[in-house]
Design a protein around this ligand. Structure first.
Ligand code: N01
Length: 865
């Protein structure tokens, strides 16, 4: 490897690194690699640097991240040497900046312009890539990096008749460098994404007539362009490093104060005030962060969406046009929102017209113009602002052939698969900057690019220091990362939209959520951790050496991890350090702060007779006409904590999802009433509820017993007893993360002893309060030791990060062995408590939905009354 700083151009056809693309990312990568002594060659298809800012020269093209942040931050001297003229710089200014950077660091000498990389082939014997360019040159390199951008391959026009048009045709993404004079012309613009919305007001200033063909209205907010924000400039000037660090560790790559205000619970005044402030700020991340939950909660999102629609209606004079411009088919933010300068007001000009393709679709493009289902239009010019084959277009557009002759296009035929959005199995020494599976397009690109470039450079330096010459992710790590990317997307509203984030804009493109939505901050932490763990999930090798720390970097569901982080920050005392009354008071206080759970038809409190006095219950009735099946529910809390209302959000959720009456019955608690008091009470509750099903609004004999944790232990105990005593009839048992064994010796007890809310010491505390060691082996305490044949069908739910996981699995297996029908649901990435956190841990909803489906199958159909 060249370590003497020799530049690639002189090194010629054999270099350490080939980089494709000379935009923001290629330029910075070249700078960093060269400084570390690697020989590098950059190939760029364009005739100069700039990447997206070289090509996208349409009128009105600007950045939509404030220039205080959409800028390189790696060199304070560079920052001092360049001053942006506006809050959002124009394309020519950004291009000048990139040229300035290029010259300042003398980058041109290693860049070959007008050279498109057409193919790259890995040779497993030599451990080198052979990179072919359109100029006929082939360069050999150890590392191959695609810095090709996420929005660089224009989508081919997919409109019938497009080639027939005899007038002028322009693409916003390939706008002529000499500019276009539209004065006095009849112009059509097809497409109302960011490019259309930025260019339409300026095209309208020139054109004699402008007709905008809109398929999907997009949300746009005013950029309020002008001088850079005084607040941001002030913070930068006061402490540049702190400001840049805040950007690096923010959600989107722009310093921003995160809110915890929820749309649903905020007062009307607060909602309005927060929205107006974001509207006035004219910043994307401000309007995307009016409420903490607008990206995940449809109702909260609708509040923001409707306020934007109100603004559109107030700007656009013609009510019909205003309504057509109001987006209603997707949640705000699930398609990339736009920043505009006078977009909506443009439609008040008499020579500008909107054609809503939803009501009158284009039938064909003709020689003279565009025909819709309703009308024939004639134009001099058609401008296509129809978007890109985003995220993967540029990567699979090059013939990249990895180990075993498989191309990237073939490997990604069903959607991209990456480790960290940077690397992919089968393609050693290959990196894709801001690739699919990284925050990229959901973030401030400048910050995300610097992070990727720094990580890749550090990685190559580490490999050199270790004497390693190859790096490739492992299948385990890559699958784990893909899963994590999908898990993050699944709790957001994003996958619900037909967006280019989902590949939906390109016919035939696989529909997956392409970027990583977990945030720039979390992503940076992941990448740092992979390196700190000595390249977890990568295989590093050299002819005589190999290292592989295989593993998955993120296994918890993302929202579970967030809750655990928040709890860790609160530094709460462990429950087991408290007395039972203190622990109960503490639990009650925490329960007071949680969301209440969904609305049900009716809530009724009552009492039923227990062996040692009355037992309180709370009944949750569905909104639909009854009678309904009945779920008798026992709460969790280690036989020490909780009561008939402590699991109320979960009970409400069960009631709504299963359309069953849920009767949550309290039982006596330890240490005041030790074993077998809880089991005796649960048995009494079962008998009473079964006998009073009709009074409770239930269907007789259509009863399931359900419970969570210690409550699930009672489920097992009472169903065994009902079998032995010949009734009551129980149609099924639902055991959520059950306690089934007092031994506390399983692998899950060791793996998850600490850190996942229910800890091994806490479980010991529960057992010690509940039951003498000598009694714990009794089947009425340890149901795993009981006789299991002849029991009702069971649904057993276990959580991956739960000390009780393995005893739950053991119970499910033992039931199955005894001939009992069992559905075992293993909740991946969940903890003992997370499935019950209704409205907080959203990923739990998918598991509860599955539970409800299975419960529904056990319960009878509701009967007509
Ligand atoms: O592309 P788009 P874009 N018939 O895909 C429509 C970034 N960017 O170039 O939504 C009729 O968003 C299509 O309709 P639909 C930014 O990340 C940033 O505008 O598919 N219409 C849509 O309206 C942005 O998100 C800036 O129903 C057709 C439009 O064309 C991304 O680049 C500036 C059609 C395409 O919108 C892409 O933006 C510009 C058809 N056959 C871009 N096919 C900044 O401000 C497509 N459409 C920094």
């Amino acid at each position: 490897m060249a370590a003497d700083g020799n530049n690639g151009a002189s090194a010629g056809s054999q270099v350490d690194v080939v980089v494709v693309g000379a935009g923001f990312s290629g330029l910075y990568l070249l700078h960093r690699l060269r400084a570390e002594g690697f020989s590098v060659r950059v190939f760029e298809a364009a005739s100069d640097v700039g990447g997206t800012w070289f090509w996208n020269r349409y009128p009105g093209a600007r950045c939509d991240i404030p220039t205080t942040d959409y800028t390189f931050g790696f060199d304070p001297e560079l920052e001092r040497a360049w001053t942006w003229s506006e809050k959002y710089a124009t394309q020519p200014e950004i291009l000048r900046y990139l040229q300035f950077v290029t010259d300042r660091y003398d980058l041109r000498r290693d860049i070959t312009f007008d050279a498109r990389v057409e193919g790259a082939e890995w040779d497993d014997k030599t451990g080198l890539w052979a990179v072919r360019t359109s100029t006929g040159e082939t360069v050999s390199c150890r590392y191959y990096v695609m810095a090709t951008g996420c929005l660089s391959v224009p989508k081919a026009p997919d409109i019938e008749g497009a080639p027939r048009f005899a007038g002028e045709v322009y693409f916003t993404s390939r706008w002529p460098h000499e500019g276009v004079d539209l004065t006095g012309k009849r112009v059509a613009v097809v497409g109302t994404g960011s490019s259309g919305i930025q260019s339409i007001p300026l095209i309208a200033q020139q054109a004699a007539q402008l007709t905008v063909f809109q398929r999907t209205p997009n949300f746009s907010i005013p950029a309020h362009n002008g001088p850079a924000s005084a607040d941001r400039l002030g913070r930068l000037a006061a402490d540049r490093d702190a400001y840049r660090t805040a950007g690096k560790w923010s959600r989107g790559g722009v310093p921003m104060e995160a809110t915890d205000i929820l749309g649903g619970t905020a007062s009307e005044d607060v909602r309005r005030e927060r929205f107006e402030a974001a509207w006035e700020a004219g910043e994307l991340f401000a309007i995307l962060g009016v409420f903490a939950d607008q990206g995940v909660d449809p109702a909260s999102n609708e509040i923001v969406s409707e306020m934007i629609r109100e603004k559109i209606r107030s700007i656009v004079d013609d009510p019909e046009t205003a309504e057509a411009l109001c987006p209603k088919d997707h949640y705000f933010g699930t398609k990339r929102p736009c920043l505009d300068s006078g977009y909506y007001a443009t439609f008040n000009s008499p020579h500008v017209r909107l054609v809503d393709l939803r009501s009158t679709p284009i039938t064909t493009i003709t020689e003279a113009g565009i025909d819709t289902a309703a009308e024939s239009f004639e134009f001099d010019v058609i401008v296509y602002a129809t978007g890109f084959d985003a995220m993967t277009g540029a990567l699979v557009g090059v013939d990249v052939t990895g180990r075993a002759g498989v191309t990237l296009k073939e490997k990604w035929a069903d959607g991209p698969s990456t480790y960290l959005g940077l690397t992919t199995v089968g393609f050693p020494n290959f990196f894709a900057l801001t690739g699919p599976g990284s925050p990229s397009v959901l973030s401030n690109m400048a910050v995300s690019i610097e992070q990727h470039v720094d990580w890749v450079t550090d990685c190559l330096v580490d490999l050199r220091a270790k004497g390693m010459t190859r790096i490739e992710p492992t299948p385990l790590a890559e699958d784990g990362w893909n899963q994590h990317v999908a898990d993050c997307a699944a709790i957001s509203l994003h996958p619900t939209a037909n967006s280019w984030y989902m590949g939906a804009n390109v016919p035939g493109k696989p529909r997956v959520f392409y970027p990583y939505i977990g945030g720039v901050d979390n992503y940076r932490a992941v990448c740092d951790e992979v390196r700190a763990k000595d390249y977890l999930g990568f295989r590093l090798s050299a002819p005589e050496a190999e290292q592989c720390h295989d593993g998955v970097i993120r296994r918890l569901q993302p929202d579970v991890a967030m809750v655990l982080d928040a709890m860790a920050q609160m530094e709460l005392p462990p429950l087991e350090s408290m007395s039972p009354p203190e622990a109960r008071a503490f639990m009650e206080m925490s329960n007071g702060a949680r969301p209440p759970g969904p609305d049900v038809g009716e809530v009724v409190d009552g009492v039923l007779p227990g062996p040692a006095g009355e037992l309180e219950y709370r009944l949750f009735r569905p909104g639909s006409p009854g009678p309904h099946p009945v779920v008798l529910y026992f709460h969790g809390g280690g036989w020490v904590l909780g009561d008939q209302v402590s699991d109320e959000p979960l009970c409400r959720d069960l009631c709504v999802r299963t359309e069953a009456v849920v009767v949550s019955v309290n039982y006596r608690h330890a240490p005041e009433a030790r074993y077998p008091a809880a089991a005796e009470d649960a048995w009494a509750a079962l008998q009473w509820v079964a006998a009073h099903a009709i009074e409770l609004g239930g269907i007789p004999d259509d009863l399931v017993v359900a419970g969570w944790s210690a409550g699930a232990n009672l489920v097992a105990v009472v169903t065994q007893r009902a079998r032995d005593e010949g009734g009551p009839v129980v149609r099924g048992q639902l055991m959520l993360t059950p306690v089934t064994d007092s031994a506390m010796k399983t692998r899950s007890y060791q793996e998850n002893a600490d850190g996942y809310v229910l800890t091994a010491p806490l479980m010991r505390w529960f057992w010690d309060h509940y039951c003498d060691p000598a009694q714990r082996a009794e089947p009425t305490a340890t149901p795993l030791r009981g006789r299991l044949d002849g029991l009702p069908p069971a649904i057993v739910v276990t959580a991956e990060f739960d000390p009780l996981r393995d005893e739950g699995i053991a119970y499910a297996e033992a039931l199955r062995a005894a001939g009992v029908p069992v559905e075992h649901l293993a909740a991946r990435g969940h903890t003992h408590t997370s499935l019950t956190m209704v409205g907080v841990v959203l990923s739990g909803a998918r598991v509860r939905e599955e539970i409800a489906l299975r419960l529904g199958a056990l319960l009878r159909e509701p009967v007509e009354v």
